[in-house]
Design a protein around this ligand. Structure first.
Ligand code: NDP
Length: 254
């Protein structure tokens, strides 16, 4: 079940990490709103990207385009975004979704893993948003949604790097909201709890069952439930909401 937001029709929205999981679901949710979807893909994955474009078009997207960049390669991001904006119309929605987790206790954390997690989950969102800001200033109203995590609010043993990156995204979101609100640019963060994707499928069955007991709704969320929230935040229906941090976690962190 999902609401329809007419202003999302034809709105050009860039989503990172739309190849699978939550990002793919957000792209499909926006396709159902007839949005114009742009997403990134990594080197060697063009066939998969083309198949996703076809799927989005078949689900109602007014257009679907894939551009190649690894979000941690900041030169590549800048070249790809500048090239896209020069040859296509403005982007007025952004979902910084791509992310990785590397679960290790602090004692075992390698510096290279820490850098990879921070670069992928935090630095990439800041750099990509920066690349798009001149375009945003010319084309408002704009809505940015940063996909943080409930772990960024509550912390989690074994996830120091991941939790720090997601908490950083919240600080980034609030600062961005304050800097750009007067220019009709909104920024909000969402904090999913456990959502069924490749990231959580890796968990052993026993661990999942232990988590179910801690979640008042007794289950993991679905990517579609996250996509419904993102649609709302991208739409002008939420025009007076900025700098907000919204949990979508079945009550895990009350
Ligand atoms: P998945 O592991 O299913 O998908 C991750 C996506 O990010 C893929 O599309 C992947 O692309 C992309 N990605 C990762 N690194 C890069 C990179 N360097 N350059 C380009 N793309 C990259 O993750 P989820 O869907 O589970 O998670 C999506 C977001 O939601 C993440 O930010 C995650 O932290 C957050 N989140 C997830 C929760 C969950 O329970 N699942 C809970 C809370 C937050 P590729 O296919 O090329 O690898």
């Amino acid at each position: 079940m999902s609401a329809t937001y007419n202003d999302l029709s034809d709105k050009r929205i860039l989503i990172t990490g739309a190849s699978r999981g939550i990002g793919k679901s957000i792209a499909l949710g926006l396709a159902a709103q007839k949005a114009h979807i742009v997403f990134n893909y990594r080197e060697g994955k063009i066939d998969q990207a083309k198949a996703i474009c076809d799927e989005l078009l078949s689900k109602g997207a007014s257009s679907a385009e894939a551009i190649e960049f690894d979000i941690t390669n900041f030169d590549q991001v800048k070249t790809a975004i500048d090239g896209y904006l020069e040859n296509h119309g403005p982007i007025t929605g952004l979902v910084n979704n791509a992310g990785i987790s590397k679960n290790q206790l602090l004692m075992r954390l390698k510096e290279s893993d820490l850098s990879q997690v921070i670069d992928t989950n935090l630095k990439s969102a800041i750099m990509l948003t920066q690349c798009l800001t001149r375009n945003f200033l010319k084309s408002g109203p704009v809505s940015i949604v940063n996909v943080s995590s409930v772990v960024g609010l509550m912390g989690n043993a074994g996830q120091v790097a991941y939790a720090a990156s997601k908490a950083g995204l919240i600080g980034f979101t609030k600062s961005l909201a304050k800097e750009l609100a007067s220019k009709k640019i909104r920024a909000n963060a969402i904090c999913p709890g456990f959502i069924s994707t490749d990231m959580t499928d890796e968990l052993p069955e026993k661990t999942k069952e232990a988590y179910f007991e801690q979640i008042p709704t007794g289950r993991f969320g679905t990517p579609e439930e996250v996509s419904n929230l993102v649609n709302f935040l991208l739409s002008d229906t939420s025009s007076y909401i900025t700098g907000e941090v919204i949990k979508i976690d079945g009550g895990l962190y009350i």
